[in-house]
Design a protein around this ligand. Structure first.
Ligand code: SF4
Length: 479
C-alpha cells in the first residue's frame, strides 16, 4: 500500500520538511529544552510502501534531537554531517541551522489509519505494539511508536547518508571543517565549489548568491588567485542567468591577473568564458576571437578536452557568421578530437554535425540530466550557451513544425553531448578502485585542486576519476 503523506493531518506545531512530499513524511517540532536554547525533534518516516496490519498502516521511522545554532544562506542550502565530531548539522524547514544532539533513534515506526480523515487513539496503537517504549501522538490519525522494531529492521535515513566521495558532500564537509578551524580562505573556496555544484544541479540563481558571498569573503584575504577563481565561476553563473554585462568585468579583471601572474590554466578558462560573453551579447566575431585565443592557450597547457570543446564553440560562431564550410571543417576537427580522446560525447557531436551538413532540422534534445552525481564540470559551458538565446540576426530558419536548423543545431549539440557524457558516466567503463585511488591522491597533492574541483579543467575530481576514459588535463594522472 502507498500512502500520500501530504494528506495526513498533523497536530499544531509541526513543520513539514520541504521535499518530503507524498511518498515520505519528515517533520520537525520544537520540544522543551532544559537549558533554554531551542531544541527540536526530527521525525522521518522511511520512503516507500507501508505495511498494513489489522487496519493500521505503519512505516519504519527515525527520531533525532537537534539544538538550534545559527542562521545563514549556506545553512539553508545544506544538511551536513560533521564526521570529525560525530555531529550532523541540519537545517530546519524555516532555514534555521540546528546541530544534532545524541544518537539518532532508529527503532521507531509511524502508525496511522488508512483513511486520512480517520481517528486513532493510543489504546489501539498499544494493542498493536504492546512492548514498545513510548507512544506519541503526532496527529488525529498518526502516532510515533518508539522501541518497537527488531534490530535488523531498523530504519535508515536515506536523506542523510554518511559522507562519501560525492563532490557535494565533500564540499559541504570542507566548508564545515573550514568554519570550525576559522579558515576563511578555505571556507571561501568551499563556498565557490558549492556554487559550481549548484550550477550543475540547475540552480543558477542560488549559485550566483553563493559565489557572490564567496567573493566577498575572499576579497579581504589578499589572495588574488583564489578571488580570481571565484570571480571566474561567478561570471559563468551570471551567464546562466543572462547577465553577461555583469560577467564581463569580472572576467576582464581575472584575465589581467592571470596574465600578470603567468597563470595559463586560469587564463585559458577566462578566455573561453569571455568568448561566451561575446556570444551572449550577439558578437560572434568577438566570440570567435576569444575562442581562438583560448585555443592557443589550452594547447600550450595541454588540455585536449577543452581544445575539442573550443573547436566546437568556434564551429557555432562560424555558423552564425554564415561561414558554413568553415563551420563544418571546425566542427569536424572537434568530432575527430573527441573521438581520438575516447570521449563519449563524440557520437552526439558527429550526429549534429551531419544534420547541419545536410541542412536537416531537429527538435530540442532531451534536457541534460542534472543533480548530484551527474556532472564532471566541463559541461557547464553547454548550460552557459543554452541559457542565452542566439543573436536574432544569426538565428537559423526554423518553424514550430520543422524544429531547429543551422547554427542553432550546433548549439543544441552541446546539450545533447552533455547528456551523452553524463549517461556515459553510468554506462562506460569505470576506473579500477586502485587506479582511482591513485588518481585521487594525485589530485589531492596538486596545486590546482580546491579539495573537490580541478581548477584547470573545472571538473570535480571524485566524479571524473571514476571514469576510465577521463584524464588529467596536465597529464599528471597515473596510467
Ligand atoms: S586533474 Fe587533478 S592532478 Fe590533474 S591538474 Fe586537475 S587537480 Fe591536478
Amino acid at each position: 500500500m502507498v500512502l500520500d503523506w501530504r494528506e495526513i493531518a498533523l497536530d499544531p506545531g509541526f513543520l513539514r520538511e520541504p521535499g518530503s512530499g507524498a511518498s515520505r513524511l519528515v517533520v520537525w517540532r520544537p520540544v522543551e529544552s532544559p537549558n533554554g536554547s531551542p531544541l527540536w525533534e526530527r521525525i522521518a518516516g522511511a520512503p516507500g510502501e507501508v505495511i498494513v496490519l489489522a487496519g493500521l498502516a505503519s512505516v519504519s521511522a527515525t527520531l533525532l534531537r537537534a539544538r538550534q545554532r545559527s542562521r545563514g544562506f549556506v545553512g539553508r542550502l545544506i544538511g551536513r554531517f560533521d564526521e570529525a565530531r560525530g555531529k550532523r548539522t541540519l537545517v530546519l524547514p524555516d532555514g534555521e541551522t540546528v546541530e544534532q544532539e545524541g544518537e539518532r533513534i532508529t527503532d521507531c515506526l509511524l502508525a496511522c489509519v488508512q483513511d486520512p480523515a480517520g481517528q486513532l487513539d493510543e489504546e489501539r496503537v498499544r494493542s498493536q505494539w504492546p512492548n514498545a517504549r513510548a507512544y506519541r501522538r503526532l496527529g488525529s490519525g498518526l502516532f510515533l511508536v518508539e522501541g518497537c522494531l527488531p534490530r535488523d529492521s531498523q530504519a535508515t535515513d536515506p536523506e542523510l547518508p554518511p559522507v562519501d566521495g560525492h563532490p557535494r558532500r565533500q564540499a559541504e564537509q570542507a566548508l564545515i571543517e573550514a568554519r570550525n578551524r576559522g579558515d576563511h580562505a578555505v571556507e571561501a573556496t568551499a563556498m565557490a565549489d558549492l556554487g559550481v555544484i549548484l550550477l550543475n544541479e540547475g540552480r543558477p540563481r542560488d549559485a550566483v548568491g553563493l559565489l557572490e558571498q564567496a567573493l566577498t569573503m575572499a576579497g579581504p584575504l589578499g589572495d588574488a588567485a583564489r578571488a580570481g577563481d571565484i570571480a571566474s565561476n561567478l561570471a559563468l553563473a551570471l551567464l546562466y542567468v543572462q547577465q553577461p554585462g555583469r560577467a564581463r568585468p569580472l572576467l576582464e579583471q581575472e584575465m589581467a591577473r592571470a596574465r600578470t601572474a603567468g597563470d595559463l590554466p586560469a587564463e585559458k578558462l577566462v578566455a573561453e568564458r569571455l568568448g561566451l560573453v561575446a556570444s551572449a551579447t550577439g558578437d560572434p566575431r568577438g566570440a570567435l576571437n576569444w575562442f581562438e585565443r583560448a585555443l592557443a592557450l589550452t594547447r600550450r597547457v595541454g588540455d585536449r578536452h577543452q581544445e575539442a570543446n573550443l573547436l566546437w564553440l568556434q564551429a557555432i560562431q562560424l555558423a552564425e557568421l554564415n561561414q558554413r564550410d568553415d563551420a563544418i571543417a571546425r566542427g569536424q576537427e572537434a568530432v575527430t578530437l573527441f573521438t581520438t580522446l575516447g570521449k563519449p560525447q563524440a557520437a552526439a557531436y558527429g550526429v549534429y554535425l551531419q544534420k547541419y551538413r545536410m541542412g536537416l532540422f531537429d527538435g530540442p534534445p532531451l534536457p541534460a540530466p542534472t543533480g548530484p552525481g551527474d556532472f564532471l564540470g566541463g559541461s557547464l559551458v553547454a548550460g552557459a550557451m543554452a541559457a542565452v538565446p542566439a543573436p536574432a540576426a544569426a538565428q537559423a530558419p526554423s518553424s514550430p513544425t520543422q524544429g531547429t536548423t543551422g547554427p542553432g543545431l550546433l548549439r543544441m549539440a552541446l546539450s545533447a553531448a552533455r547528456s551523452a557524457g553524463q549517461f556515459a558516466g553510468s554506462g562506460f567503463k569505470t576506473t579500477p578502485p586502485e587506479l582511482q585511488r591513485r588518481r585521487i591522491e594525485t589530485c589531492a597533492s596538486c596545486e590546482h585542486h580546491t579539495a573537490v574541483r580541478c581548477k584547470v579543467c573545472g571538473c570535480f575530481t571524485a566524479a571524473k576519476s571514476r571514469l576510465l576514459h577521463e584524464s588529467c588535463p596536465l597529464g599528471k594522472w597515473p596510467g
